[in-house]
Design a protein around this ligand. Structure first.
Ligand code: SF4
Length: 509
């Protein structure tokens, strides 16, 4: 693709809107500043349009923003997992420290670019110039297909205009996104911010002319793109479910390399396995692709999903019925071979919470409560309806307080949840599993999902006697008078002397 880049003009150009100097004063910028202060600063810096789009894509209600890690981690992770993609952060050093630490903790094995700033470079516009220079230094066509620049809270609140970066340098695409914690509620949705921006770019490239074919060539069957990060075996399982419909599994979005974006846009339909990818869905719809919600989990979920996908791809009704007859008995068999007995509360911030709950209910578990940090969207409506018909209370944008209240109200045999929920449950002698590492990192789809989930859940439920023994053994340790760091063996303090009786006023000398 031809590149037309007027570097000289860009160097001379000042940002379209001056950065918001007021926003840089005092102690007003950071998680601790409060969302309202940050939003007001960003609006004053000309970011109203960006914030309005984020508000529409990622609505905050009915509950407040859930407690979660820095949202920008979602975008960073998507960038770091893509081949031939450089990712650069622009933000406060403390934010970048936390984000790089977390990304390497999760095995990024890739450098994270960072453009530091101070008050002066922020207010004079030099930060934007530094970012532009970093982009030029990184955009080497022999190394990269794309360079991603992520504005964190302070540069977003100050209006650092990434939209003025060149769109392309020597064939390397430049993607600038604003991912402020005061505009994107969860790290899950931040994945969509970058995936949507990349799809938008790839769609405009595809509209202009021929684009790179998929690595393995174009599928002979109509394909279904899969939306949402999932366990690596799940796309394979979904491919096997699609095969009797005469369809194939397309790429998973967020993709692992740039050319997969074209293949995803080329799909006949899109399966919104994770239902919160609003910006990505907007791009697929603009490309004329049908979107199908829910996922092939359990017996009922798979039956409904095969029907919906078949209809979206114009598969004859008898072919859909034949596929269901072939697949569903095996799933029913797997579910009944591995039943789950017990009451389970479930909460998480991955976006697959409702799907996991369906699988638990079909396995025989009693699930009174599901909390998800993600919002209610049209793409999870089939799951909401199915679960509520079975008496499950669903809390969207659930806060930690919601999840803990559910734990106390329903007194589950097992709590599946976020780290603080798990810690809370274990302290009370209730077995608990961390959703992100132990549940969402397993196959969930088709037959594989039915057996796999039951194994880990049943193992955890069986741990109750061990928790009781541990709680009895450690009872009182690290709490009350035994809390804190002691150089000597802590001693109970003698009870304070009783105060001398106060004489009635009339008896005073
Ligand atoms: S970028 Fe993340 S860590 Fe930094 S202030 Fe924003 S939300 Fe907090």
């Amino acid at each position: 693709m031809a590149v037309s880049l007027d570097i000289g003009a860009l160097r001379a150009r000042k940002p379209a809107e001056p950065v918001n100097v007021e926003a840089t004063k005092g102690d007003g910028l950071g998680c601790h500043a409060g969302k309202d202060a940050m939003r007001a600063a960003a609006e004053a810096a000309g970011m109203s349009e960006t914030l309005e789009q984020l508000r529409q894509d990622y609505p905050a209600g009915p509950h407040d923003q859930p407690q979660s890690m820095c949202p920008a981690f979602g975008s960073l992770r998507v960038g770091l997992r893509m081949r031939r993609t450089a990712t650069i952060l622009s933000g406060s050093a403390c934010c970048v420290y936390g984000l790089t630490f977390t990304s390497h903790f999760y095995g990024a094995r890739r450098s994270v670019g960072y453009v530091p700033f101070n008050s002066e470079t922020l207010v004079t516009g030099k930060l934007f110039e530094d970012i532009r220079e970093a982009v030029h230094a990184s955009a080497k066509p022999e190394d990269c297909d794309a360079v991603v620049v992520i504005n964190l809270c302070v540069p977003t609140a100050s209006g650092v205009p990434l939209r003025l970066l060149p769109k392309e340098i020597d064939g390397v695409r430049i993607i600038g996104i604003d991912v402020p914690g005061f505009g994107v509620p969860t790290h899950a949705e931040a994945k969509d911010v970058l995936a949507g921006a990349m799809l938008k770019f790839a769609r405009s490239e595809a509209e202009q002319g021929p684009v790179q074919a998929p690595r393995g060539g174009r599928s002979e069957r109509p394909s279904v793109a899969l939306l949402g990060e999932m366990f690596p075996a799940d796309p394979v399982v979904i491919g096997a479910l699609l095969e009797p419909l005469g369809l194939s599994a397309g790429p998973v979005v967020p993709t692992r390399e740039w050319r997969e974006l074209y293949a995803a846009l080329d799909a006949t339909a899109v399966a919104a396995i994770h239902p919160f990818y609003t910006a990505s869905i907007r791009e697929f719809e603009a490309a004329g692709r049908a979107i199908v919600g829910s996922a092939p989990v359990g017996h009922d979920g798979t039956a409904e999903w095969l029907s919906a996908i078949g209809r979206a791809c114009d598969v004859p009704a008898e072919t859909i019925a034949a596929a269901q007859n072939r697949i569903l008995p095996a799933i029913r068999g797997a579910l009944s071979a591995m039943p789950i007995e017990g009451r389970i509360t479930l909460s998480g911030y991955e976006g697959s919470e409702l799907l996991v709950a369906r699988l638990l209910v079909e396995s025989g578990a009693e699930v009174p409560y599901v909390g998800t940090a993600c919002p209610r969207t049209p793409w999870s409506e089939p799951d909401r309806v199915w679960l509520e018909e079975r008496g499950v209370t669903i809390r969207y944008r659930a806060s930690l307080e919601d999840d803990l209240a559910a734990f106390h109200e329903f007194r589950p045999d097992l709590a599946v949840g976020t780290t603080p929920v798990v810690q809370h449950a274990k302290e009370r002698g209730t077995p608990a599993l961390y959703f992100t590492n132990l549940i969402s990192a397993r196959p969930l789809m088709g037959v594989a999902g039915a057996g796999s989930l039951a194994r880990v859940i049943n193992a955890a439920l069986a741990n109750k006697p061990r928790f009781d023994a541990m709680r009895d053994f450690f009872e009182g340790v690290g709490t009350g008078f035994a809390a804190g760091i002691w150089q000597d063996v802590p001693q109970r303090k003698a009870a304070p002397k009783a105060a001398a009786p106060v004489k009635p006023v009339g008896e005073m000398a």
